[in-house]
Design a protein around this ligand. Structure first.
Ligand SMILES: [Zn+2]
Length: 174
């Protein structure tokens, strides 16, 4: 495991060598995660498996794993949960380039170089829940509700639109 230094790496070279690179980043060092997490404690482990596709283009599988602290959208309390994710990417020269394989995410690598931390950060953001929930109905119910949820008298396990559907069904019957 290497950490620290994060100069852009030569993806063409690593693709030719079919290299697997492992990195570790403190979550606090990845600035775009600041707005997503309850606090920046924790470490992101990332693996980059470089290769070439059938047409000789530089590709990689990016796999990340982190235990992060999220803030529950419902009760506002923070909770810890692991995040794991993996994506296949293809390195392209600029934003206009289309990846040759539709299943691969294009990653712009100016001059064939990328910062691995950027790749890891992007993968984390792709996989991060849009509305994190602690999924602990008891804890959620005990916690003071944010003001905007004061109308929601339904049990914590219900989704907001269930109530609306009940309401519509009742209206239909009258
Ligand atoms: Zn909660």
């Amino acid at each position: 495991m290497t950490s620290g230094s994060d100069e852009p790496v030569d993806c063409e070279r690593w693709a030719s060598e079919r290299a697997t690179l492992d990195r570790e980043y403190p979550l606090a060092d990845l600035p775009r995660l600041r707005d997503v997490l309850a606090d920046p404690g924790g470490t992101l482990r990332a693996r980059f498996e470089f290769a070439r596709d059938a047409r000789g283009r530089a590709i990689a599988t990016v796999t990340i794993e982190a235990t992060a602290r999220w803030r529950c959208e419902r009760c506002g309390l923070s909770f810890e949960r692991p995040l794991r994710s993996s994506s296949d990417v293809e390195f392209v020269a600029d934003e206009r380039a289309e990846p040759s394989d539709g299943d691969r995410e294009p990653v712009v690598a100016p001059g064939g170089r990328v910062r691995l931390a950027d790749l890891a950060e992007e993968e984390f953001l792709l996989a991060a829940p849009l509305a994190p929930s602690c999924d602990e109905p008891e804890r959620c119910a005990r916690a003071p509700r944010p003001a905007r949820e004061s109308v929601a008298a339904a049990p914590a396990t219900r989704r907001p639109f269930d109530g609306l559907r009940d309401l519509l069904q009742k209206t239909d019957r009258t």
